[in-house]
Design a protein around this ligand. Structure first.
Ligand code: ASP
Length: 305
C-alpha cells in the first residue's frame, strides 16, 4: 500500500517577492493540517477539502477571502472537488461573494442528481441546504478585503496591459492519497482579475482544473484558465501517469500543454503509488507537500522547467 501524501498549491504566476513568504506560510499551514488528517487515518477527500478551506480563509490567495474582483467590482468564485475512489464530484462556478465555495462543492459531491451549480442557483441551493451560513463571512471582514483587492486588481491589470505581465493568478488547490490508496483533488479560485462577470475558467471544470481517479491519480491546476481548458490539463496529467511516475507524467503533459495550447500555469500531481510532483512554467509557483516523513512549502524564485 502506498504511503499517504498530500500536496497543495497557491497559484502559479509572477508572485511579487514581498508576497512570497505569506504564500509559503499559507501553503505550509494547509499541508500540515491536511497531513494531520491523513496521519490520523482520515480520507484523501477530507484532507483536500480541509487544505483548500485553509487557503480560502487565508486572504493571501485568489480564492475565498482573497478572491479578486470582476470588471464590475463584484466577486465570483469557482471550486471543484473529486473523489478518486468513486469518481463522484461536485463543482460550483460564479458563486457570488463566497468564503468557502469548496464546501458547497463538497456537499454537492454527495448529491446523486446534481454535480455542478452556477451563480445564483448555487447560492440558492447552498441556502436551502444550510451550507450558505457556513460559507459567508459573518464578521463582514470581506468588505475591507475587497477594497484592498480592488486597488490591487487595478494595479495588476495596469501591469498586465502596459508591462506585458498577462498572468496574475493565485488559485488554490490540493491533491491527496490516503492510507487506503484512495486519491482526491480539489481547487478553488476567484478567477482572473477584472474578468467579465460570468466568465468561468478551467478551475471548476472537471478534467481541466481538477481530476481524481484511483486507477490513475489526482491533479489540481492553476494558471491561465483559457489555455488549461483547451487541453483538459488535469486529466491529461493523470492520463500521463500510465507511462511513468508523477515527474515524467508532468513533463509530458507540460510539453503538450505548451506546444498545443501555448499554455501557462502549474500543476500538482499524485499517482496511486510513488511520490507526487509539481511543475510550472510561470516565473514562480507556491506549493507545499506533506508525507509521514515531514512537510515542505516553497515559493521559489524561478521556473522549474
Ligand atoms: N486558473 C484560474 C482561472 O483561469 C486562475 C488561476 O489559476 O489563478 O480562473
Amino acid at each position: 500500500m502506498a504511503a499517504p501524501e498530500v500536496w497543495v498549491h497557491g497559484g502559479a504566476w509572477d508572485i511579487p517577492i514581498e508576497e512570497r513568504p505569506a504564500h509559503t506560510e499559507g501553503c505550509r499551514r494547509a499541508v500540515e493540517t491536511a497531513g494531520r488528517i491523513l496521519a490520523e487515518g482520515g480520507t484523501a477527500l477530507a484532507a483536500v477539502v480541509a487544505a483548500v478551506e485553509i487557503l480560502e480563509a487565508d486572504g493571501t490567495f485568489d480564492a475565498g477571502d482573497g478572491a479578486v474582483l470582476t470588471s464590475d467590482g463584484t466577486i465570483e468564485t469557482d471550486a471543484g472537488v473529486m473523489d478518486g475512489a468513486t469518481l463522484r464530484l461536485g463543482a460550483v462556478a460564479a458563486v457570488p461573494s463566497c468564503r468557502h465555495p469548496v464546501r458547497i462543492a463538497r456537499r454537492l459531491l454527495d448529491e446523486p442528481e446534481v454535480s455542478m451549480l452556477v451563480g445564483a442557483g448555487a447560492r440558492r441551493w447552498a441556502e436551502r441546504t444550510s451550507v450558505w451560513h457556513e460559507v459567508v463571512d459573518p464578521r463582514g471582514h470581506i468588505r475591507e478585503r475587497r477594497r484592498y483587492d480592488a486597488m490591487r486588481s487595478v494595479r495588476k491589470t495596469v501591469r498586465m496591459v502596459f508591462e506585458g505581465d498577462p498572468f496574475p493568478r493565485g488559485t488554490v488547490g490540493a491533491v491527496a492519497r490516503d492510507a487506503h490508496g484512495n486519491t482526491a483533488a480539489a481547487v478553488s479560485t476567484g478567477g482572473t482579475p477584472m474578468k467579465p462577470p460570468g466568465r468561468v475558467g478551467d478551475s471548476p471544470i472537471v478534467g481541466c482544473g481538477f481530476f481524481a481517479d484511483d486507477t490513475l491519480g489526482a491533479a489540481s491546476c492553476t494558471g491561465f484558465g483559457e489555455t488549461i481548458l483547451r487541453v483538459q490539463l488535469a486529466k491529461e496529467a493523470c492520463r500521463s501517469l500510465v507511462e511513468g511516475n508523477a515527474e515524467t507524467a508532468l513533463a509530458s503533459a507540460f510539453d503538450m500543454f505548451a506546444r498545443r495550447a501555448n499554455g501557462v500555469g502549474g500543476v500538482i500531481l499524485l499517482g496511486t503509488k510513488g511520490p507526487g510532483a509539481v511543475r510550472w512554467n510561470t516565473p514562480t509557483m507556491a506549493w507545499g507537500r506533506w508525507t509521514p516523513e515531514g512537510c515542505v512549502a516553497e515559493c521559489p524564485a524561478t521556473s522549474n522547467r
